[in-house]
Design a binder for this molecule. Structure first.
Ligand code: DON
Length: 307
């Protein structure tokens, strides 16, 4: 791909994102409702480490569910592929990200590390006996993917911690059926922290480019995860990364993706590049409206669908 093609695709994506309308900020976490709705950034970073950026790409926002990708990476690194499949699962739920019904329908088995239940179970597998030990290994993984230190957003964390009762209920249900692998309130606390780190669109693109490059950070040159762990992560992102809208996303865009209710959206073209978007207004499934439009336009223009 020639750099001028990537630059033109970024412009097309930026225009598509700017033209998108509708959606609204998440408001079940009070902090997220207060983020300006008109922020919009788009970044493309290649597997070789070249970056193109447009818009509000240095604005720090809450990573939210995109963190699930990196905690899954940690679980794969520390427990291996088979253990992750057995202890959590690797299928789509077809239901909203915080669904209790999805758990009930499958005997308490969370199915996917990318929905809240599976992510809490994944976090509970993080190495360490205490919340602090587990948190430091999760933060280290996010930081390794970004290529520099990532930090907790204290205000986001306080806001989530004051309102995360639904996730606490999910953790107890997991624990009841044997799918939470540490104290359930500890697991929710660490999960809430992992969702409350602050990243920019540039950070997100670098994190995604590390997956696009087979687990090696394109700028630091460091191996972050084993090559064999990249494929299961990307498969899971394709199956469940945009929750109940994942099928439509695969149909329209054809790239592994992951959304967060902070407005972030990340897509990976394996071996090639990562596209990161940030725009707070969300659709009904909790996916950034402008982010989806922007990434779809980039993928179409560059012919990136993996299918
Ligand atoms: O657990 C939650 O509900 C939030 N901390 C994260 C949810 C989320 O980002 C769903 N994604 N689109």
């Amino acid at each position: 791909m020639h750099p001028s093609q990537i630059e033109a695709a970024l412009e097309a994506g930026y225009a598509a994102g700017k033209a998108a309308s509708g959606g609204k900020n998440a408001d079940y976490i009070p902090y997220l409702a207060s983020v300006p709705s008109d922020l919009f950034g788009l970044v493309i970073t290649t597997a070789g480490g070249q970056t193109w950026a447009r818009g509000d790409v240095d604005h720090a926002f809450a990573i939210e569910s995109i963190s699930k990708v990196f905690s899954l990476a940690l679980a794969l690194e520390t427990h291996g592929i088979d253990q992750v499949r057995t202890k959590i699962g690797a299928s789509a739920t077809g239901m909203p990200f915080n669904s209790v019904m999805a758990l009930e329908l499958h005997d308490g088995r969370p199915l996917s590390p990318l929905v809240n239940a599976g992510a809490i179970a994944t976090t509970s597998l993080a190495p360490g006996a205490t919340a602090e030990e587990q948190w430091s290994s999760i933060l280290a993984m996010q930081s390794a993917f970004a290529g520099h230190a990532i930090a907790l957003g204290d205000e986001v964390y306080a806001s989530e911690q004051a309102t995360n009762f639904h996730n606490r209920a999910i953790a107890w249900l997991l624990y009841d059926r044997g799918y939470c692998y540490c104290d359930p309130m500890q697991a929710v606390d660490v999960y809430t922290r992992q969702c409350s780190t602050l990243v920019t669109c540039r950070d997100l693109a670098a994190m995604g480019a590390t997956l696009a490059a087979g687990g090696i950070h394109p700028e630091t040159g460091k191996r972050v995860i084993a090559r064999e762990h990249v494929s299961p992560i990307l498969a899971e992102m394709m199956m469940e990364g945009l929750y109940e809208a994942s099928g439509e996303w695969a149909f329209n865009v054809g790239l592994p993706g992951k959304s967060g209710v902070g407005g972030g959206l990340l897509a990976i073209a394996p071996g090639k590049l990562a596209i990161a978007a940030f725009a707070p207004p969300l659709d009904e499934a909790g996916n950034s409206v402008a982010g989806q439009a922007a990434i779809a336009a980039v993928a179409r223009q560059l012919g990136l669908s993996v299918f």
